[in-house]
Design a protein around this ligand. Structure first.
Ligand SMILES: NC(=O)c1ccc[n+]([C@@H]2O[C@H](COP(=O)([O-])OP(=O)(O)OC[C@H]3O[C@@H](n4cnc5c(N)ncnc54)[C@H](OP(=O)(O)O)[C@@H]3O)[C@@H](O)[C@H]2O)c1
Length: 258
């Protein structure tokens, strides 16, 4: 049976993508650390899919740990779940001055946001290519287009996701497998709290909902778009920054981040 695998499906954008996948009659494999939340989501989605006889598998695992991607792959292999859609959504940020930051947190972030995305894509891609059928959605960000003082490592990880996705999308042209990089701006999820963004920060209470971003991401994934930037103002901003000198742009981002 074919499945859609979603990392970070216990909350935020990943949870909304899981709801949409089941609504669109996809079997799903949901991955995150919080097993209790995953069980609640599984219960909700099974109730939602009662008449559609869909399968909802869950896997509780910390994807920032070495060997985790392989365990996810083996879980699917052992259960004979063919992953036809891979959604690399799990990720986190960390707000603050780099020199004063916790190095372990930064390295964990690079592992989750960069290494796990790369590993899972590498592990699940061969079977998709064999079937000449597959879709991959990677969570980038508006941050993918900018250097990000006060969140320097996070912005750099998202820059990697965009560059990797774009290149892979081109490599895979004509194979039946597409790669889409979804780039939302500030979205109302647990992201801000996990990134230690203070409650009084200008970006702490964004109006965009996870559902809006997920619907747009799912639509772009089905269309096979290579890059999908959510929101007209974000798209406009990304066009305009091409004309702003790099140093000025970096200072501007720092001011906004402050
Ligand atoms: N919200 C925004 O403003 C925004 C903007 C642009 C891009 N994004 C990107 O969107 C993606 C989803 O974030 P979100 O906004 O939906 O935030 P969120 O609500 O905090 O969700 C993050 C998800 O990732 C999972 N996760 C975190 N660390 C993990 C780990 N070590 N192993 C496995 N799963 C892990 C979390 O589940 P557990 O805690 O249960 O593990 C949760 O399900 C991220 O890649 C983020 O960078 C977010």
């Amino acid at each position: 049976m074919t499945y859609t695998l979603i990392t970070g499906a216990s909350s935020g954008i990943g949870l909304e993508l899981a709801r949409i996948a089941v609504r669109e009659r996809n079997n799903v494999v949901l991955v995150a650390r919080d097993g209790k939340k995953l069980k609640e989501v599984q219960k909700e989605l099974l109730a939602q899919s009662k008449h559609k006889k869909l399968s909802v598998e869950i896997l509780e695992i910390d994807l920032s740990k070495s060997g985790a991607s392989k365990k996810v792959f083996e879980f699917c292999e052992n259960k004979k779940l063919f992953i036809s859609t891979l959604i690399n959504n799990a990720g986190f940020g960390d707000y603050g001055v780099f020199a004063e930051s916790d190095l372990k947190t930064q390295v964990s972030m690079i592992h989750l946001n960069v290494q796990t995305v790369t590993e899972l894509t590498h592990l699940f891609l061969p079977a998709m290519l064999k079937q000449k059928n597959g879709k991959i959605l990677n969570l980038g960000s508006v941050a993918s287009f900018l250097p990000g003082p006060l969140m320097s490592v996070y912005f750099a990880t998202k820059n990697y996701v965009l560059s990797f996705s774009r290149a892979l999308s081109e490599e895979l042209r004509g194979t039946g497998v597409t790669v889409t990089c979804l780039c939302p701006g500030s979205t109302n999820t647990g992201f801000g709290k996990a990134a230690h963004v203070s409650d009084t920060h200008s970006t702490a209470h964004p109006k965009t909902t996870a559902k809006e971003v997920a619907e747009f991401g799912w639509y772009s994934l089905q269309a096979g778009d290579s890059v999908a930037i959510y929101g007209r103002s974000n798209r406009l901003m990304i066009q305009m920054i091409k004309f702003v000198p790099r140093n000025m742009l970096t200072r501007l981002v720092k001011r906004i981040q402050k």
